[in-house]
Each structure stands twice: as structure tokens, then as C-alpha cells.
Design a protein around this ligand. Sequence first.
Ligand SMILES: [Zn+2]
Length: 256
Amino acid sequence: MHPPTALKKRLNELGLRSRLRAHPRTQGRILAPAGLLRRLPSAPGLYFPFYHDVLPAYAGDLRRHLRTLSRHGPMIGWDEALAVLAGDKPLTGPMFCLSFDDAHLSWRDVAAPILLEMKVPAMFFLTSGMVGQQGNLTWQDCRQLSAAGFQFGSHTVTHHRLADQDDETAAREIRDSKREIEDELGIEVTDFAAPYGHPAVDFRERDVRVARDAGYRSFATTLRPAMHPGDSPMWIRRQGLHPAWPIMAVRTRVHD
Ligand SMILES: [Zn+2]
């Protein structure tokens, strides 16, 4: 185990990371100084920033993030991003492709109205087993978001860490979520995001293989560096953000 992983494990043990996650403004302030050494991208590169919940208190902050990013390059949809990776569309500068994970009710109430108003496309990676549970979207909500033009991908059934599952269970998480979202929304689901998203720790090569065999064309991780034409869509690198973070903190994740 190399030191950064050991440190990360230790921090997890201390519960610091989860405590900070529960206080995103504090987390953002702690991250911000490291943003001094970074700048938002100016060179050609494809970025996949993603969010989870967007509580009403952070609506203005999400707008600010999106306005800032869009000053650096266009916000494009998932299909267009995959076309850039395939070399079918030119990468003319920084480009941003937005996604949201889990099944948060705030996608309907807060995120979607902002995205529609700002004409920003987005992918929603849905944990199918969370749909209909308290505090989460219903299938009817998802159908309405889909009808409004948003894309849906799979984020497993239960949100368990795939790397911890035996072969059969992991395959069920990957395949059953696809089938259920397809049945409920009447669309084809071809994009997958692994819960937590770190290779080896959170998912294995096996899971990428199973996803490809199940008919997915893309597989998203939470590795952060920019992507370029020729990079594999079965290894999408996304940058996790929280709307409460100041732009200085965003710069620690989305940078040249
Ligand atoms: Zn998730």
C-alpha cells in the first residue's frame, strides 16, 4: 500500500472525511488554499464534474459553479462527450460534461430547474434500489426528468462497494439496475458509474468487463485527470464537487 492510500485509509478510520462531507462549506474552506496553486482549465481537455445532492441552500452556489465553468468552455451532454473521446467531435479547448449520482429528490426540485434555465445538459446516475424510498425520487419523477431531456445511467441497485461483492452479486448490481431503469423509464441505459469509484478499492477490472458484456458503452470512475480523444469510455474520469465549495476548492479538482 503506497502512502497516499494509507493516509486516506487512516483519515477514513478517524471519520474525518465523512465529518467533513457532512459540512461541505467547511470542507470547501479547507480545500480552498490548495486551489491557489491551480487554475481552472485553459488547455484542451474533457472534464466530467459531478455532484450528489443539491439542497435548496446551495442553489445559488450551483449556478455560480456552472456559470464559472461555462466561461472556460462549453457544457456538453454525455453522448457528445463520448463522441469527443472517440475522435468524432473536435476537442477545441476545455469542455465539461456534468453528472449527478444516487437518486436525490433535489435533482427534481433544485438541480433540474437550474440546468434547464441555464441550458446545461446532464446525466443522472441512478441507484435503482433507492428510487421510491423516503427522501429520494420516485420513478414518476425520473420519467419526468427523462422527458425533460436529461439522460439516465446506472449507479447499481444498492450502492454497495462492487469490489467487496462476489462475482454473482456484482454482476446482479450491474445488470439488474440497467434492466430496471430501462423497464421503468422506457429508455436504453448504456452508461454506468461505479459507487465511490476508485479502482481496486471500490471496483475491480472484473466489474468493467461485466459492464461491457451487459451492454454498457461507458463506465465512470472517480479518478480525476482530464480526458482526451483516444481515452477509453470504459474508464471515464470524473471530478467530484459539492456546490457549497468556493471556486478555489473547485480548482483543486478541475484544473489543467
Ligand atoms: Zn453514489
